[in-house]
Design a protein. Sequence first.
Lengths: 421, 304
Amino acid sequence: MNKTALFTSAALAALLGWAGTAAADCAGSTFASPAPKDVSGTVKVVMEDVTDTDFVKAMIPDFNKLYPNVKIEIEGAAYDVIRDMQIASLQRGTGTQNLMQVDTSWVSEYDEAGFLEDLRPAIACLGDDYKYDDFAASFRKIGQVGEKVLGVPFYSYPTGFVYRTDLWDKAPETLDELVASAIAKKTDKRAGIALQQKQGFVIMEEWNAFLLSSGGQLRKEDGTWTIDTPEARKALEAYMKVSKEAAPAASLNWGFDETIRAAKSDQASALTTYGWVVPIVNGKDSQVPDKFALAPFPGGRGTGGTWSWGIPKNGENKEAAWAWISWITAPAQEKVRVISGGAPTRDSAMMDPDVWAKGVSEDYYKTYSKVAAAAVPLCLGTGCAEAIEAVGVEINAAVAGIKSVDEALAAAQSAAEKATR
Amino acid sequence: MLSPDVSTADPPRVGRLERLAGKLPFRWWMALPLVLLLGIFVLYPLGFSFYLSLTNYKLTTRNLGYFGFEQYNRVLTDGDFTDSLKITLTFVIAAVLIELILGLALALALQRQRFARNVTRALLFTPMFVAPVAVGLVFRFLLNQQLGLIPNAIAKLGIHIDFFSPNFALASMVLIDVWQWTPFMVLLFLSALESLPKAPFEAARVDGASAWLTFRTLTLPMLMPVIGIATVIRVLEASKLFEYVFVITNGGPGGSTESLQFIMYQTGVRFFRLAEASAMAFVFLAVLALPIIWMLRQVRKAEG
């Protein structure tokens, strides 16, 4: 071998080596992106027992055709315990979960604690086909803290107005209209509206939509809590009125499940709930199938929420976890999941004629897109998880008649401030 | 060949361990394993927890720096803690009192039972072998206004009760606790009743004493030590009210079922503020210790 050939070979080898290193680091990522097809390992995640988890489980065999050496283990759990299980795992040297489903209000706190990997570099390395900007902006924002991307949208739960088309001529456009119409629709056998009034985050997700509708907002961009305000007063009075005059009797302790049961058993003419429930309340097991439609929350803005996929820093097999995240959230898989009945997160899926034809309906996805575009995340920033629970106690106390509106809002403001002291 | 000179040999060497063993009485050595276990699994966590209460430790920031008694100040001036303390004490007093009376009545009845004794007792004791979380879930559905057997059954009688309304939610928790733990009282009282000496009761019967007089002057005083112990155990257990609240009401409505254990869990685990949760635990320990010590003294007095 002459000197030139030797030099060229050495230079080529160095270049390839550098390129390999660059791919492995992926410009700042601690794991390779895209994940190599021969990546191996077990990916463990605890997920909420909801329909979207079932849709995802059904897609695992397809994932394994591409990544045969990655085993996905999904453990179902009730919402209340998911975070506890995550915290326990995150406190360990090596976590028991190496993939996490992170809820809207948890992201900032997990960031403050340095629990999660920044996925932005890895996303950047996936190339244009991945189309990260295709996720609806309000959903994308939830997984981001500053420049970091700590969670990639998995499924969304923006609040809309879900109503019986055979009982409502049209969906209400203002909060006042909602209150008046819901009361008018109440009969001896059927509630005008079924509310999830259970104390804590449950009532908060719903009441927050009333707050947005009345022009208020839980927290400003700068982190200031804005709960004891005239807008919040209007929202709480409206909520209390529908609770008293339009909701089912003795439903103060109702959560999501009870409202769905009421809707499916012809005991409620409307719900102010997550947009993705429409295919559920319209299902074959419903006493009133195909009667429900989705509309934007009166006033336009509803509570925004998304579950995001994140990778804990203390987890093993990060490349395997990333293989799963990048695959399941890619446009093609999002489309499959949405057609199955899953809650969309990508604009492309919501506006895809193929999804309209094979999924719920064109109207539904177009409305969902509007709801998503106008959704305001329930709460962003540190202290959110506590503030939501604490404010939810006070709102529930007002609805239960334990506190006056003024007392409840003052206490809620103080509780939220305490959460961020 | 040299043979060992037995008469001039050194006295047997005493090992360091044996010398150490000789310094402490034998009974201390026997207690050592238990002391070590207690130290590792009780004293160390307790001591660390107390230190945590003197810091501003959060699961997210993990700052173990000394913070003084500020957490105690927060706990004692925070309305949430005092409200929860009232709720917990109300629950404990109501539940334990009902269990005590009902348990004693059932035990007296079972003592006289002759037919199907074993079957009745086995059935009666079943609830206390079920996990409280499972009991909570069962009652969540039994008392549910939509699906519940109990609200629907009493509605047929024209009575409408919302078991999870602000006025009834805590009473519902008491009801569930009574269902689950009255059998424990029955078990203790029945064992005690069956081991009481027969002679005083025979004498009372021969003297023509009424059932009430016999109960008041013989049965009750003789049962007092067991009643005291049963009360202490149940007070301690009932003050740990958590599972029913967690699975049924989440503390609601309007905080009316927020027990101390529930807010400690929320503060420490859900809101990450372990230091404040530790301070709550120590304040509660102090509040609970006084009546428990008093009750134990009464038991000792009753035992003579």
